[in-house]
Ligand binder design. Structure first.
Ligand code: GLC
Length: 567
């Protein structure tokens, strides 16, 4: 079937589509997030209404109809707070306000309400591991000097060695280089060192300090009071530190690494859970938890800890049937054990765009493997990205999509080096291209930059490629074969088909290189990872396909959704 035909599940006209969406928000039992489609907005790059080349909240408000039409249940906003932008806003100077480049707090409040009126929930990003070095607490700590109570909220330590010019330990920054910087007094005299697991502009907080706990609990209430439905918790497994600051070795017992996944975190998140629940079952806490150990990961998803966490195992898996099957099985098993709802994620603002990654020989993702100039076949990548989206959207749980994924944007790999802003690039000594390639401003319309991102000609904060005119939302809206049309159709089916959502899951027998599963009574999803067309199981209807079928068979790198015959 071509992607122009809508499946016969009782929803076909635009009006019915809209009604289906409105009814879905809330999902009756309040736990709307369990099966939601959640769209990540990176405000700096989504849409610019005031014409300064940087996205803003007015731009998001103007595009709410687009998001509504796409068929999402919620928006996750990456940090929108005042920030010096040492790390794209993940260096927060004030958690209760909006950066003037994006707008004002009143606009955020209006945006939350306007989205809700369209049945779209809002999720905000809270960054508890660190603050910006321009945050009042850190400035007060610098001013108050060594030994002061103000410094107790952070990790200030004297240096070691004769001149104290060596850091207290050898911990490394997640962005490369050492995790310590030395304070230099205004008169030029060097004094203590402070810990930053990320950039120097992001000093780590001391979560043993009662002020730090109290402050974050108040921040959660501040935003829940304004109607946000969820909190995405940044770097959620890193907050707690061993106060003795021991060296990192190979041999830490689970839960006792000096700063990753320490057991104390569970207590912190239990108290957050109580706060969220005091507002109702429709509030959700979502952890950014990168952990290789599935059992340790599951501890965060016990019924009294976090509700949900991003599935990075699935996101980083290469385009291989075996690896993805294993990831799906582990995910379903881990979540079932604790009664949590899985998430399925293909991209976000930190990782290489799927159409570029899936076109590479090594199609997995790893931060430390990012390099300039790795070849990719975008045609292959595009086919696979379409197939991957249908595969992921048919699985039980929530689906996260990152702005531009629905347009099939590639990673921009030729940003001039002097325009790159991501600290990962600089701190890697220029080896790692950084994450700006997936953060390039969205193309909305027109033939040339800024492609409707800004109202008039302007140099956008990151340059856009010259060859994106066919990728704009406008161009794709008019094309039933576009990836945007595929996403719209798939999201519609996903939220209206009775077998999806909470329907059961079981594998179907399939040949090697094919992943096939049944959802509920009759929904089948088949993905062909092989190089030759695959036979389909008995079916009496095709709902949607990521590529045209070939003589009734499923071509390479494609997914089809169908109604399985009842034997
Ligand atoms: C998370 C964010 C990333 C940020 C880091 C430090 O991993 O997703 O963008 O750089 O935390 O806050």
């Amino acid at each position: 079937m071509s992607t122009t035909e809508l499946p016969d599940i009782g929803i076909s006209s635009g009006i019915e589509r809209a009604a289906a969406r409105g009814a879905g928000a809330g999902d009756g039992d309040g736990e709307w997030w369990r099966g939601a489609a959640i769209y990540q907005v990176y405000p700096r790059s989504f849409a610019d209404a005031n014409g300064d080349g940087t996205g803003d909240l007015a731009g998001v408000r103007a595009h709410l109809p687009y998001l509504h039409d796409l068929g999402i249940d919620a928006i996750w906003f990456t940090p929108w707070y005042p920030s010096p932008m040492a790390d794209g806003g993940y260096d927060v100077a004030d958690y209760r306000s909006i950066d003037p480049m994006f707008g004002a707090l009143s606009e955020a409040e209006d945006l939350i309400q306007e989205a809700l009126a369209l049945g779209i929930h809002s999720i905000i990003d809270v960054v508890p591991n660190h603050v910006s070095s321009s945050h009042t607490w850190f400035q007060a700590a610098l001013a108050a000097g060594p030994g002061s109570p103000e410094r107790e909220r952070f990790w200030f330590r004297d240096g070691v060695g004769e001149n104290a010019d060596e850091p207290p330990n050898h911990w490394e920054s997640e962005f490369g280089g050492r995790a310590w910087s030395r304070v230099v007094r205004p008169d030029g005299v060097p004094e203590q060192w402070y810990l930053h697991l990320f950039a120097p502009g992001q000093p780590d907080l001391n979560w043993d300090h009662p002020d730090v706990r109290r402050e974050h609990e108040e921040i959660l209430r501040f935003w829940f009071d304004r109607g946000v439905a969820g909190i995405r918790i940044d770097s959620a497994a890193l907050l707690a530190k061993d106060a003795a600051l021991p060296e990192v070795t190979e041999a830490h017992d689970p839960g006792s690494h000096p700063y990753v996944d320490r057991d104390e975190l569970q207590g912190i998140y239990r108290s957050w859970r109580r706060i969220a629940e005091s507002y109702g079952a429709d509030r959700v806490l979502i952890g950014e938890i990168w952990l290789p150990d599935a059992d340790r990961f599951a501890r965060y998803l016990r019924p009294d800890v976090l509700h949900s966490a991003f599935n990075f195992d699935f996101l980083t898996a290469p385009w291989e049937a075996g690896k993805l099957r294993q990831s799906i099985e582990t995910t379903l098993d881990v979540h079932a054990r604790v009664g949590a709802s899985p998430t399925w994620v293909l991209s976000n603002h930190d990782v290489t765009r799927p159409v570029t990654r899936y076109g590479r020989e090594d199609s997995g993702f790893a931060f430390d493997a990012k390099r300039f100039g790795v070849p990719t076949d975008l045609q292959v990548g595009r086919r696979r990205a379409r197939a991957a989206a249908l595969l992921a959207m048919a699985l039980p749980g929530a689906y996260y999509l990152y702005q531009g994924e629905e347009l099939g944007l590639p990673e921009v790999e030729d940003i001039p080096v002097d325009r790159i802003q991501d600290p990962m690039h600089i701190r890697s000594g220029g080896v790692d291209p950084g994450r700006d390639g997936c953060r390039v401003p969205m193309p909305w319309s027109g033939d040339q930059p800024p492609y409707g991102f800004s109202p008039g000609p302007v140099d956008t904060w990151l340059p856009q490629p010259d060859d994106w005119s066919a990728l704009t939302a406008d161009a794709q809206s008019a094309d039933p074969a576009s990836i945007l049309s595929l996403y719209r159709d798939a999201l519609l089916i996903r939220r209206t088909h009775p077998d999806l959502g909470s329907g059961s899951f079981s594998w179907l027998a399939s040949s090697p290189g094919v992943l096939a599963f049944r959802r509920g009574a009759s929904f089948g999803s088949i993905t062909n990872f092989g190089s030759t067309p695959a036979e389909l199981p008995d079916h009496d209807q095709i709902w949607l396909a990521s590529a045209p079928l070939e003589g009734g068979r499923l071509p390479a790198d494609a997914t089809v959704w169908l109604r399985l015959s009842s034997d």
